[in-house]
Design a protein around this ligand. Structure first.
Ligand SMILES: [Zn+2]
Length: 61
């Protein structure tokens, strides 16, 4: 599994492109942990990001 293919839950762009703050935070995290990070951990992080994004959207409206 390559972290290059991760799609952002916030802007639907590739995380590595860094189109939004969520992308940039995720990309930075992946870069720092690219050696030791596991796919399971990536999925867990993405689930948390998606949950936070959903909450943010709800608060924004
Ligand atoms: Zn994004």
């Amino acid at each position: 599994m390559g972290s290059e293919d991760l799609v952002c839950a916030s802007c639907s762009g590739l995380v590595i492109e860094g189109r939004c703050p969520t992308c940039r935070a995720s990309r930075e995290y992946l870069r720092r942990n690219s050696v030791t990070i596991s796919p399971q951990l990536i999925l867990a992080i993405l689930a948390i990001i998606m949950m936070l994004t959903a909450l943010a959207v709800r608060h924004a409206t």
